[in-house]
Design a protein around this ligand. Structure first.
Ligand SMILES: Cc1cc2nc3c(=O)[nH]c(=O)nc-3n(C[C@H](O)[C@H](O)[C@H](O)COP(=O)(O)OP(=O)(O)OC[C@H]3O[C@@H](n4cnc5c(N)ncnc54)[C@H](O)[C@@H]3O)c2cc1C
Length: 412
């Protein structure tokens, strides 16, 4: 049990994602008592969620119990609970079940949620890959659409069932569209008798003028071409006006589609609202260079929930940003109550398009095709927590690469 003697600082971390977990790990063995609280019992490797959604990996391949990751850190306790707010004056975190956690220092790392831009009712019809539950929902809907099409005698209904619309041309949308096309064209080919899965229509809809807005033009164009080679229809400058059970309404066009997947934008999760609000449109908590919340020097925020400007621009919502921030803050808080300034060092950005196509950019460096994919695969496997998990994922990818087979094609 952690030693709660008054000499030791009590640090509460809300969120066991990339930022919160890195922070807790960096505090392991320090002369402080740490409580990490998360509403889920597992740390989730979100960058590979689309592979669960498209039946390439199983949920257990990309999630690990937070308690297990921190089992050797005797000064860290892990609580499974939903945080409902912060009582700043009393220095206590309020839990949804009525409990409270006193702190000396608080780290908010609650991440982000998908933004439906004022249409929260679309979330039911167009789920986004964010949690294991939503990835499984998407997987079940994708696979069920092919099953239902096999049973349907109505050609229009078959076409609707075999039309898959992905909304959002950022890395998540590009990854989803590419893998859904591969699922249809390769993995499922030969498995059905009445339909040809390769006839499925995959449409990627992006409101902006290019895919992968954060990437250089040359790589964005390559991504569009690579997707089109996979049979994906790329629609740029195309805003979604409505989504319902029967399909998607685009500007001037109705797309009948049974499966719609959302990947169009995010906003900060709860956090700023606990501290009296924020002026940021994305709902993020503005922090200083040392991650301290403005006018709250005992409270820190990092990862997707935080707005930290570096060289005049906000740091992007990326796993590597959250992880570096968490590790840095944890190391600082081991020995000092006031951390020094953090500086993010990018290791490059990637987006995957298909089985062996990806784009990678780092400063002036540009990589595309198989070399970028190999780099992406190596980095992602390396970042997965847990040795067995890495080995398992590598074996599955190698198998899939050779055979196009997808092991997790179950509808549950
Ligand atoms: C589909 C997808 C693909 C992505 N691909 C990439 C990629 O390829 N490369 C990359 O760098 N980044 C990628 N990202 C972004 C990356 O996952 C995030 O930037 C990163 O997870 C942010 O880390 P975080 O610690 O801020 O939040 P998270 O990792 O989201 O963790 C937040 C944690 O807080 C917990 N939590 C939230 N609210 C509460 C509450 N009220 N009470 C208790 N617990 C709470 C959540 O359960 C969660 O465990 C991707 C994201 C998605 C969704």
């Amino acid at each position: 049990m952690p030693d709660h003697s008054p000499r030791r600082r009590r640090i509460v971390i809300v969120g066991g994602g990339f930022g919160g977990l890195a922070c807790a790990r960096a505090l392991a063995g320090a002369e402080v008592d740490v409580t990490l609280v998360d509403r889920r019992n597992h740390h989730l490797f979100q960058p590979l969620l689309y592979q669960v959604s498209t039946a390439a990996l199983s949920p257990a391949d990309i999630a690990v119990p937070i308690r297990r990751v921190l089992s050797r850190a005797k000064n860290v306790e892990v609580l499974l609970a939903e945080v409902a707010g912060v009582d700043v004056a009393e220095k206590r975190v309020r839990l949804a079940d009525g409990g409270a956690l006193p702190y000396d220092q608080l780290v908010l790392a609650t991440g982000s949620v998908y933004n439906y831009f004022g249409h929260s009712d679309w979330a039911e019809t167009a789920p986004a890959p964010k949690t294991l539950a939503s990835a499984r929902t998407i997987r079940a809907r994708l696979l069920r659409a092919f099953e239902d099409a096999e049973r349907s005698d109505d050609p229009d209904e078959r076409r609707r069932l075999l039309t898959f619309v992905v909304v959002g041309g950022g890395p998540t949308g590009v990854e989803m569209a590419g893998t859904v096309a591969e699922l249809a064209r390769h993995t499922l080919s030969g498995d059905f008798r009445r339909i040809d899965p390769a006839q499925a229509r995959v449409v990627l809809v992006e409101a902006g003028p290019k895919l992968l807005a954060a990437f250089p033009e040359e790589l964005a164009r390559y991504a569009a071409r690579a997707l089109e080679r996979l049979g994906v229809e790329v629609r740029l400058g195309c805003g979604v006006e409505a989504i319902d059970e029967a399909g998607v309404q685009l500007h001037g066009e109705r797309l009948p589609a049974a499966t719609v997947i959302w990947g169009a934008g995010t906003r900060a999760a709860d956090g700023a609202n606990w501290l009296g609000g924020t002026e940021d449109r994305g709902g993020r908590i503005r922090v200083a260079a040392n991650m301290a919340v403005e006018k709250q020097e005992d409270i820190f925020a990092l990862g997707d929930v935080a707005l930290l400007e570096q060289d005049g621009a906000p740091l992007p919502g990326l796993a590597q940003v959250a992880q570096q921030q968490g590790r840095f803050l944890g190391k600082e808080l081991r020995t000092r109550a006031v951390p020094r300034a953090f500086r993010y060092r990018s290791k490059g950005d990637t987006a995957v398009i298909g089985r062996h196509a990806a784009v990678y950019t780092w400063g002036k460096w540009r990589l595309k095709g198989l070399p970028a994919w190999l780099l992406w695969a190596l980095v992602h496997v390396y970042l997965l927590i847990g040795f067995e998990r890495r080995t398992l994922v590598m074996i599955q990818w190698a198998w899939r690469y050779l055979t196009f087979e997808r092991g997790a094609r179950l509808i549950d």
